[in-house]
Design a protein around this ligand. Structure first.
Ligand code: SF4
Length: 469
């Protein structure tokens, strides 16, 4: 079979995939020049040219978090592409190149699956990818020279775009496909973070806060308003972006609305709240992570209880819904005391008459590679269950109407294990591709996720920066 062209696979269902900006970036960067098409989980053919994955010369794969590795390997298997690289004779299958946040943190489990794992941000890779797509036959030689292409047992070098040298947003030609933001045009305003939370991969992988190109982002927002679309703003510290308020004002002037990924509590001021209301923001997402002030200080998020209550006061005054995010099992904490503090917080919130429409999400803390907490432990499953039971005993009485989402401990186990596994992780993933069952994959590969999660891969992360073209 003659293979030609390039496709980008984001291993998720189409609507979910297009809610992520990576497929939009690759479509915008390589559709016109190299005919790049998009592939999604559950679809045998590409979006526009109706090609099967096995018909392209190069398959780029975006992996944003570790559980998507499972979808990726199942997708390869379902489409007749052997999962292990050693089972794919060169030239008989597409060249598979993966990237994204999760593989940049620990590429090792993917090294015996993919032909290359590229670590870092896509913009500074643009010229190298162009050369590679121009000549897939010589791609392996080129990849071997890339400093940010991961190598077995070696620390990955993570490449970053300089501030102002990136501007990613929804591609207008993909707008008709919809997304999980109600069809809004999505714009990324910053990377890295001004915060220093010790658990946070965004801060420790992508470094200090960098703003997207103001001119290009503003232009994309204005174009969206002209098409009659609302916008969604993504970022790690939106309210610290120098042109955030200007974008809100432009949306207000155009009569359009804005939705936000989250606001940092420190930046949720009375002036900002009033502006958000005018820009049609209905929900604010607050992530104090813990209801114990000492824990927040210990994890690098030193918020006082009073600042939290002040945020709720603003939310009440301006009729915002609040989405509250917490973590269980933060390092060196006492989960029984954390559950009690959670109940005490809601008791206090009620006493102060600050119970705005509210939802709560709780996830187990995952030690991420490259962060100061990389060597910390995932809390035991039993402890998470006890935490949940203790919290729910109080919340059922106090906040019976509040939607509460408890993230799966097993998914956190998977994230932790894949963040720590070495190249042998490919055997586990190949076994999973065959069976679609985690326990059978554990038995077949001889890799127990709980053992893997309790080991440290010994990989440290270096960063490097290169200006994009
Ligand atoms: S404020 Fe949020 S994005 Fe920034 S370092 Fe903390 S957790 Fe990460």
């Amino acid at each position: 079979m003659k293979r030609a062209g390039v496709a980008y696979l984001f291993p998720a269902e189409r609507r979910v995939a297009l809610s992520n900006l990576a497929p939009h970036y690759f479509f915008g960067a390589f559709r016109e020049s190299h005919g790049l098409d998009l592939l999604f989980d559950g679809e045998e053919r590409s979006l526009l040219d109706r090609k099967r994955p096995n018909e392209v010369a190069v398959l780029l794969v975006g992996l944003s978090y570790e559980p998507s590795y499972l979808t990726f390997v199942r997708y390869l298997q379902a489409n007749g592409i052997p999962v292990l690289r050693s089972d794919r004779p060169a030239g008989n299958f597409p060249l598979i190149i993966a990237g994204g946040v999760a593989p940049s943190l620990n590429p090792q489990p993917l090294l015996d699956i993919c032909d290359a794992v590229l670590c870092g941000e896509a913009e500074p890779m643009h010229d190298d990818l162009t050369a590679l797509l121009d000549s897939p036959a010589t791609a392996r030689e080129l990849i071997a020279k890339l400093p940010y292409a991961a190598k077995p047992g070696r620390k990955p070098r993570i490449i970053q775009a300089a501030a102002g040298r990136f501007a990613v947003h929804s591609h207008p030609e993909l707008a008709a496909e919809g997304n999980e933001f109600g069809g809004r045009t999505v714009l990324e305003l910053d990377r890295g973070c001004i915060g220093k939370c010790y658990f946070c991969a965004a801060r420790h992988l992508y470094g200090e806060s960098r703003e997207a190109d103001r001119h290009l982002i503003t232009h994309a927002a204005e174009a969206a308003f002209k098409r009659g679309e609302d916008i969604a703003l993504l970022g790690t510290g939106l309210e610290s972006v120098s042109y955030f308020d200007d974008l809100l004002d432009r949306a207000i002037a155009a009569g359009r609305t804005v939705s936000l990924s989250s606001v940092r509590i420190a930046g949720f001021t009375p002036q900002r709240a009033a502006r958000l209301v005018a820009a049609g923001v209905k929900t604010v997402t607050l992530a104090p992570e813990s209801m114990v002030a000492a824990t927040r200080s210990r994890i690098g998020k030193p918020l006082s209880d009073e600042s939290l209550f002040a945020a709720f006061e603003l939310a009440k005054e301006h009729h915002f819904r609040v989405k509250l995010y917490l973590m269980a099992g933060l390092p060196d904490g006492d989960s029984a005391a954390e559950a009690q503090a959670l109940i005490a917080f809601f008791t206090d919130l009620k006493k102060r008459k600050l119970t705005v429409p509210l939802s709560l999400s709780v996830s187990p803390f995952c030690p991420k590679p490259g962060t100061p907490f990389r060597d910390k432990a995932l809390m035991p499953k039993k402890e998470y269950e006890h935490f949940r039971a203790a919290a729910m005993r109080g919340l059922d009485k106090l906040m019976p109407q509040m939607p509460i989402e408890w993230f799966s401990w097993r998914e956190s186990l998977l994230q932790t294990a894949l963040g720590r596994l070495g190249t042998d992780g490919a055997q586990f993933l190949a076994a999973y591709a065959d069976t679609g069952n985690l326990r059978t994959a554990e038995k077949r590969s001889g890799i127990r996720l709980e053992d893997a999660a309790s080991e440290i891969a010994g990989i440290t992360v270096a960063t490097g920066r290169k200006k994009s073209a």
